[in-house]
Write a protein that binds this ligand. Structure first.
Ligand code: SF4
Length: 454
């Protein structure tokens, strides 16, 4: 799951009824270089890993997950994917009541809410968790490990993906994306459902329950709000996400893009990696050759999720270079997954011109980004979004392309089939927020951006 976070990594494991944790900043190979063998070859208990892509709280190591605490004598570890929209209000309320926070993540709020309830519910962790979940708004998938087993939770609108897999010789595995299962020799079983708590213990069948929220928090929303941007950019193409193959959805998005905005060109060129499969669909639909016009440095990670502005800018430059022999004298159609600020795309287009492209047409595999996300993706401030400030024609001029076409919202949703298109969040494109965004979003990562996506 390294592609989902590069800031920090951590592991919790159980051994003889005790939980241990190891975590650090950086990529998994650096942060967990000295992991003890008992964490890796643990065939009796539970283990949980996390990679951090911070959307709430800074990038200090104290915010690395899993968070491991002891409450009323019970060890509990938690790992989180998403952003809790009302975390700032809950944090203020809890601090007024005396809670002392050791991190500035939204995740820690859950532990404090649980700890306040534990005695009232006879020290039943599941009940305390359910009561805590009732207070949360926004996007969250949680795993919690206790000495007794593991809980997997997905929020009632299902913003982020979470899947269940099974090992052939018994035992269960849960991951944000199903691609993790093959690596471990496990088989995909199903998605964890939105609003479900699953309790896993050894090889026993999982115990599934629904949890209830306090009050009507989704006025006017009856279905799910799964993040369509997982299919556009975030997830790996080999994964099944929200019941659909990411590969197939991207191919279909590219095909629809070709129908909506065909291009008179010699070659269709992806911006690697996430534009790859949409470009393939585009090329197949129009019968125009697909070619690689960029070479990608695979030793540089995802620049989108790199927290530092300076290091991100340097990484973006070093990451992709045009191949002059593939570009010179040709009319290119460059397929990009998305354009956020526009600074990266502009630099890439300039590099293609310098390499000798005779025409450059750009096609983008989603609608223009005009709104922020408060549900687990850290876009820059709205004022920095290029489509917030300029029309498509103006953006084409700014980028220096001969033509520019964005996939429509309907086209973007046309690739999904396991769920209705109405079951997807598209708020960063159309401003139709499924949950009221925070009034004063606590976005301490404002230096982060989406440079990988143009
Ligand atoms: S606002 Fe955009 S990125 Fe955020 S959850 Fe919705 S679709 Fe995904």
């Amino acid at each position: 799951m390294q592609h989902r976070g590069q800031e920090a990594a951590g592991v919790v494991w159980t051994r003889e009824g005790r939980l241990s944790v190891r975590k650090g900043n950086g990529m998994v190979g650096d942060a967990l270089a000295d992991l003890p063998p008992e964490a890796l070859f643990n065939d009796v208990g539970s283990a949980m890993g996390h990679v951090r892509y911070g959307t709430f709280g800074g990038d200090g190591v104290e915010n690395a997950q899993p968070l491991l605490v002891r409450m009323a004598g019970i060890q509990i570890a938690i790992a989180h994917n998403g952003t809790i929209s009302n975390a700032s209000e809950l944090r203020t309320e809890l601090q007024r009541k005396g809670a002392i926070f050791l991190t500035n993540t939204d995740t820690e709020v859950v532990l404090h809410l649980m700890s306040r309830e534990l005695e009232n519910v006879g020290f039943d962790v599941r009940q305390a968790l359910e009561i805590a979940l009732g207070r949360l708004r926004g996007a969250y998938c949680f795993l919690l490990v206790t000495p007794d087993g593991m809980y997997a939770v997905r929020d009632p609108l299902g913003f982020r993906p979470l899947s269940l897999g099974q090992f052939p010789d018994g035992g269960w595995i849960v991951a944000s994306e199903s691609i993790a299962f093959a690596v471990c020799g496990a088989e995909y079983v199903r998605e964890i459902e939105a609003g479900e708590i699953l309790f896993l213990k050894g090889a026993a069948d999982p115990v599934s329950e629904r949890f209830r929220l306090d009050g009507d928090i989704f006025p006017g929303r009856s279905g799910l709000a799964q993040c369509i941007f997982e299919h556009v950019y975030f997830a790996r193409p080999g994964s099944v996400v929200f019941g659909d193959s990411v590969y197939s959805v991207r191919i279909e998005m590219g095909r629809r893009l070709a129908l909506e905005h065909p291009a008179d060109c010699d070659v269709v060129a992806p911006v690697p990696d996430s534009g790859m499969f949409a470009a393939l669909g585009f090329s197949r639909e129009l019968g125009i050759p697909f070619d690689m016009c960029f070479t990608r440095n695979h030793y540089i990670g995802r620049t989108f999720i790199d927290p530092g502005k300076a290091s991100r800018a340097a990484m973006v430059t070093r990451k992709l270079q045009p191949i002059p022999e593939a570009v010179r004298g040709r009319r290119l159609c460059v397929v990009e997954d998305s354009i956020v600020r526009g600074t990266t795309s502009r630099a890439r287009i300039r590099a293609l011109r310098e390499a000798g492209a005779s025409e450059i047409h750009m096609r983008v595999c989603c609608p223009p980004h005009r709104f922020g996300c408060y549900f687990g993706i850290d876009f820059p401030e709205q004022s920095c979004l290029i489509a917030r400030n300029y029309t498509v024609d103006q953006i084409a001029d700014i980028l220096g392309v001969d033509s520019l076409g964005y996939l429509s919202r309907e086209g973007m949703l046309s690739g999904v089939s396991a769920h209705s298109p109405d079951d997807y969040c598209t708020a960063c494109f159309d401003g139709d927020y499924p949950v009221t965004p925070p009034v004063n979003p606590d976005r301490q990562n404002s230096e982060k951006g989406t440079e990988d996506m143009g």
